[in-house]
Design a protein around this ligand. Sequence first.
Ligand code: FE2
Length: 202
Amino acid sequence: MQLLTVDDARELAELYLAAEWPRRWRHVQAVAARAGELQPVVGEGGELLVVAAWLHDIGYSSRLLDTGFHPVDGARRLQRIGAGFRLCCLVANHSGAAIEAGLRGLHAEQEDFPDEDSLLRDALWTCDMTTSPEGEPVTFAERLTEIRERYGEHHSVAQAITAAAPEIERAIGHVSRHAGAGCDCVQDPVSTELRAGRSGSR
Ligand SMILES: [Fe+2]
């Protein structure tokens, strides 16, 4: 098992994303920066949060195409290079991925990487779900709206994120309670628009 450093993780992410996915690379850099800010909130093991933030989207790389589902493809790549299993699982499960895996018929593949219930895992979800595709800080409600608009409300990605929204909100709330008033990324009251959108999608 190889424990990747933050520098290793950044280099890997740049290798897989910067040239092929420049917009997503900007997003990943911002997610990693936010993870660095939240690292003290997580406390011991917080470096793993930053490592996971750098690597959470590497599965979008066409070089890593396997199942076609980026959280699992990224996790599989990390597993092949001998990265720590906990890191693989954090990547495979980031931001409610298990729900989308089920919708895609990839439940068995997803189950190779069990989810964990921890502040670190919730912090990773928070960093990803409060950072726009361009790397700007957004509320989760804004992120959700953007995903629905980008994919269309009936696309599996939009449906999955809608289904995962309560768990994502729970994760953000968990981090917010630990971060206290100084954490500006998690001031995220769910908007009326979001609630209307969610009920409309059922
Ligand atoms: Fe992301």
